[in-house]
Ligand binder design. Sequence first.
Ligand code: SF4
Ligand code: SF4
Ligand code: SF4
Length: 396
Amino acid sequence: MKQNSKTKPSSKAKPAKSKAKTPVKQNSKAPIKAPSKASLKPTSKTKQSVPLKTKASVKSTKPSTIKSTSKVKPKPPIKIKPKVAFYWCSSCGGCEETVVDLEEKILDVVAAVDIVFWPCAMDFKYDDVEAMPDQSITVSFINGAIRSSEQEEIAHLLRKKSQIVIAFGACAYMGGIPALANLKSKAGILERSYLKSPTVINKEKTLPDEKKLPQFYDTVYALDQVIDVDYYVPGCPPTSALLAQVVTLLLKGQLPPKGSVVGAKQSLCATCDRNSSKPDDLKTSVVKRIYQIQADPDKCFLAQGILCMGPATRAGCEGPCVSGNMPCTGCFGPLDGQDQGAKLIGAFGGFHTAETEKQVQEMVDSIPDPAGTFYRYGLSKSLLGSKRSNNKEGRS
Ligand code: SF4
Ligand code: SF4
Ligand code: SF4
């Protein structure tokens, strides 16, 4: 992960390993009490029971208006803007692009909020955040998975300083693409990257010096496996429309109940234009990959024998892949309470027509990367990978 070159990681001074053992305090003081029956979409009935805390509202004990006998009109009260932080952990930078992709709407966002920390775009230091009062940041959007001691340390710092923490994007929400590295060990990754990759020339066999650098963990964690998280925004990356929706909900005080995933409550198939061509009784003998056939642009991919994660994926992305004649790979993650890979593997079990052991093997062989296919974005939180990443006994 690239950090702002001027941004000083303070992980050397305070090893994150010891912090990791400290139980993360729940945000019990957070003033956001979302209504219990609030839906993800704001409705006129959805009200924020307690307004967002601002520095002024926390500290001021003076009456909001002062009676004056002079003829000078009282000044209107100063509106305190919500303070917003953006941070990236183990991230490709795509989630940060989503903010930029707001285009002209970004001007509305910048006018409505104070951005107090955004290492990707602005020259803030970690020390600046450390100097802020606790919970003085209204909301922190954190993208990327947790792969190093520096990322964990800053995640803890932002949790302490923020009223609301949002896991933004598939990597922060579920581990994302970086979590596929959990299929390998740290030693194996370093060996491949620094010694054995065909494009690497490293005659001295130099490896990263962890005495000088943040510790590179053996395991990739989703954000809520390290700190308490209030909301999740899915997608790789989330759409700008979804980000705009979250900011609007925040500004209107209409955020859903804590722990919600901001997105649709139905599967992608329910919103897909091809759904009407999805036969009730799907049958296929092998899984074809998109490059192997000329896909019919109007027909359900599953009906064409192409694996599409739509049945096991949350809607809300506006379907850019399927409308571009590419099957869904599942970046919006599972619906509440489901294991995305298990759901599709289970469904696929009913689709195949294999009857002999040989035919079953052919079917299995037609999916060359099962973990990367069924758990591309969510290995850290999946049934398959969560045992490893749920280890809270210190990072390694
Ligand atoms: S969710 Fe996707 S776009 Fe965002 S940081 Fe992860 S890989 Fe990049
Ligand atoms: S499986 Fe894919 S193509 Fe078929 S209806 Fe669902 S999302 Fe659309
Ligand atoms: S279609 Fe699937 S992979 Fe594509 S953006 Fe939507 S959820 Fe993500």
